[in-house]
Design a protein around this ligand. Structure first.
Ligand code: SF4
Length: 180
């Protein structure tokens, strides 16, 4: 095992541009069926229609098993300012920036292989229209489930890492995680 993997991963997360980062113990992660139930409400219209989302992304039992192979993790955030609570333009821009940074991190950590496990934010939007469920994913090596799709309550993971989930009025934050 690379004893400096955690430090290297942290540096790459910082290099990707995320404003906030915190560390947690993987054993403290709690996979919660209620989070999956929230996905199933399908507010985002991606449930059953995206390979990065439930049910296509795998069962909660599979995620629990996968998490058990890791000791530590980081949660990291893109934080942006909004003009008001209805500033959807700022929210959309922050979400796009978070995805851009996340894909940068994916590329930078590709050599780590299964020594790290990345969890993104939201559904996969690489293709204008996802092929799920009718045809295989077009870019399976670029697809990462979100923290929620893996059954993690994002605010709970932020608490574990001592990172604010809410950064105050007029802010929006997108979160992702990396286990190692
Ligand atoms: S890469 Fe394309 S086909 Fe695969 S999950 Fe993402 S949007 Fe869907």
């Amino acid at each position: 095992m690379d004893e400096h993997l955690g430090e290297r991963l942290k540096k790459l997360i910082e290099k990707s541009g995320f404003e906030s980062i915190g560390a947690f113990k993987a054993a403290e992660l709690k996979v919660e069926p209620e989070v999956r139930a929230m996905c199933a409400v399908n507010t985002c219209q991606a449930y059953g229609k995206n390979w990065a989302c439930p049910p296509a992304c795998g069962s909660l039992e599979e995620y629990e098993e996968r998490f058990s192979h890791y000791l530590d993790g980081y949660v990291f955030q893109t934080i942006a300012q909004m003009e008001d609570a209805f500033d959807f333009e700022a929210i959309e821009a922050a979400g796009a920036e978070h995805k851009r940074r996340f894909h940068l991190l994916v590329d930078e950590t590709r050599d780590f292989g299964s020594a790290t496990l990345l969890l993104g934010a939201g559904h996969c939007s690489i293709c204008p229209e996802c092929s799920c469920p009718d045809a295989p994913c077009r870019f399976p090596d670029k697809v990462y489930p979100s923290m929620e799709a893996a059954g993690l309550l994002v605010s709970a993971v932020c608490n574990l890492a001592d990172v604010p989930y809410y950064h105050g009025p007029g802010t929006v934050a997108f979160c992702s995680a990396a286990l190692y």
